[in-house]
Design a protein around this ligand. Structure first.
Ligand code: IYR
Length: 212
């Protein structure tokens, strides 16, 4: 064990920081229309470093991130994703799911997988490369992705949490070992000019926080 480095803030500063962070996060929106403007991949690398600071079960850090900027690889990912999505929209989803997606105007076409300058693919390690056990893997990777989304948004980049299902093709195309499962496909870049998003409202705090 080593001493914890922890800085206590003034109460007013704490409140100001919490409010500013909530305000900043309230402006994050999933983007489906990306500009092809390049991004500085160093920014993304640092955001992945932030994601890698997430807590994880028994500190096993059960995550792998693959950053794809090669246009040919992006195109292969798009083609494979669209094949899955066509089956999804043609019936696999079922009526209720398709009705719930109506407000988002999504369909099987995924041009953003070519247009976005970077795709970050997050893999969950179901176990260690040497066969050792990993714990609370979805929780750990989910928390890391939360860190990642905050970091990317804070750095001024737009993202889409995209989960074509099933996502096995990502492990194949990116040549990942068997103990890694695709968890999330994250296009990263800038919104296209004139990008539109659904007119969503978020639940008021009173509907999501109960205090006893
Ligand atoms: N993966 C599909 C469908 C989809 C599902 C959910 I739940 C969404 O929130 C959005 C889309 C697609 O990307 O179109």
């Amino acid at each position: 064990m080593i001493p914890l480095g922890f800085e206590r803030l003034e109460p007013a500063e704490m409140l100001a920081r919490a409010a500013a962070f909530a305000e900043r996060m309230s402006r994050r929106r999933s983007v489906r229309e990306f500009s092809s403007d390049p991004v500085d991949v160093d920014v993304i690398r640092r955001c992945v470093a932030a994601a890698g600071c997430a807590p994880s079960g028994a500190h096993k850090e059960p995550w792998t991130f693959v950053l794809v900027t090669d246009p040919a690889t992006k195109s292969r990912i798009r083609a494979a994703a669209e094949e899955e999505e066509r089956a999804f929209y043609a019936g696999r989803a079922g009526e209720q799911w398709l009705a719930d997606l109506q407000p988002f105007e999504t369909n099987a076409d995924k041009p953003f997988l070519d247009a976005a300058p970077a795709l970050l693919v997050v893999f969950a390690q179901t176990k260690a490369a040497d066969g050792g056990k990993h714990y609370y893997v979805p929780e750990s990777v989910g928390i890391a992705v939360g860190f990642l989304l905050c970091a990317l948004h804070d750095a001024g980049l737009a993202t889409l949490t995209h989960t074509p299902s099933p996502m096995k093709f990502l492990a194949q195309i990116l040549d990942r070992p068997r103990h890694e499962r695709p968890f999330l496909l994250l296009p990263i870049g800038y919104p296209a000019d004139g990008c539109q998003v659904p007119d969503l409202r978020r639940k008021p705090l009173a509907d999501l926080l109960f205090e006893r």
